[in-house]
Design a protein around this ligand. Structure first.
Ligand SMILES: [Fe+2]
Length: 309
């Protein structure tokens, strides 16, 4: 004789599934699998995109070439190497800046222009930095303007913690043979042309003094303006210049599908990157070499070569 206690949780008999119920359940299961697959793919794509933005593109230098059609002349074109926003920092090692210098010099430029933001916040390894920049001056005349990160009122804000003034960066640049134009101009001869270089102080640092920079008008064949922030164009509109070389924007740093360059720190987004016409002159904005926060997407770091006809 056997004896068993009654099941305390009896499973009710399920009614037999009709073909229609089976079809409905299988459609629900299929839809659920598709949703899970889509979410998984989205997560993977997001992780891959984030890894690319952080670990690949910031170190992927691109050498770009641009022809600036100025006044036609019988002399040979002038080739300018334009580097900007080197941003030496924990995110941008000196080895990377050295590679940008090497790539630029391989193009055999006649003139080299640097348009500010050599550092990001506080920087200390000045001797090593000067050694990295030194090959530039050994190859061609080098002129520079300064950016908002290079010390002064904007950089020294308590919340930011940059250098209080330009002394450190200026002595580094002097040691590497770079001539800084801080609201100053200088004339040189290049390929039989009188080329005037005008460098202005930074707009955000409230150091852009156009009248002081341009001084008395000079009869040059070509006037190049070194201006960190392209938004400064309105402050220099009343002065004669042919081509402004700018940086500051990093090309937007993150160039997003449909959204464009929402993080570019400028009012006028027409001049975030590349060669653009403005009134009767040109503005070239390089995407720059370094970056902030170690990120770049769809906006590779740039070593820019300009050929002036
Ligand atoms: Fe910058």
């Amino acid at each position: 004789m056997s004896w068993a206690s009654p099941d305390p949780h009896p499973v009710p008999d399920l009614p037999a599934r009709t073909p229609a119920a089976k079809a409905l359940l299988s459609a629900v299961a299929l839809r659920r699998r598709r949703w899970l697959w889509a979410l998984g793919s989205l997560g993977l794509a997001g992780a891959a995109g984030a890894a690319y933005t952080r670990f690949c593109e910031p170190g992927w230098l691109e050498v770009t070439h641009h022809v600036v059609p100025l006044r036609p002349t019988e002399t040979k074109p002038i080739r300018i190497l334009h580097l900007s926003d080197l941003h030496a920092s924990a995110c941008v090692p000196l080895e990377f800046i050295s590679e940008a210098v090497r790539l630029g010099l391989a193009e055999k430029p006649d003139l080299i222009c640097l348009t500010g933001d050599f550092i990001t916040k506080h920087f200390a390894d000045w001797n090593a930095y000067a050694a990295v920049l030194k090959p530039l001056a050994a190859a061609a005349p080098v002129f520079a303007c300064l950016g908002n990160h290079d010390g002064g009122k904007w950089a020294a804000r308590p919340a930011y913690g940059g250098h209080a003034d330009h002394r450190a960066i200026r002595s580094c640049l002097a040691a590497s043979g770079v001539k800084v134009l801080l609201n100053q101009s200088e004339e040189i001869r290049l390929r039989s042309r009188r080329v005037r270089l005008v460098g202005v102080g930074d707009l955000w640092g409230e150091e852009l003094h156009a009248a002081e920079a341009f001084g008395a008008s000079a009869a040059a064949d070509l006037t190049l303006l070194l201006m960190h922030n392209p938004d400064g164009k309105d402050a220099v509109a009343g002065f004669r210049w042919d081509l402004a070389l700018c940086g500051h924007t990093h090309g937007g740093q993150l160039r997003l599908p449909w959204l464009g360059t929402p993080f570019a720190p400028v009012r006028d987004h027409r001049f975030v990157a590349g060669l653009n016409r403005w009134r009767d002159r040109w503005i070239f904005t390089t995407r720059g070499v370094g970056n902030l926060h170690g990120l770049r997407f769809n906006c590779r770091p740039e070593v820019s070569l300009l050929t002036l006809n």
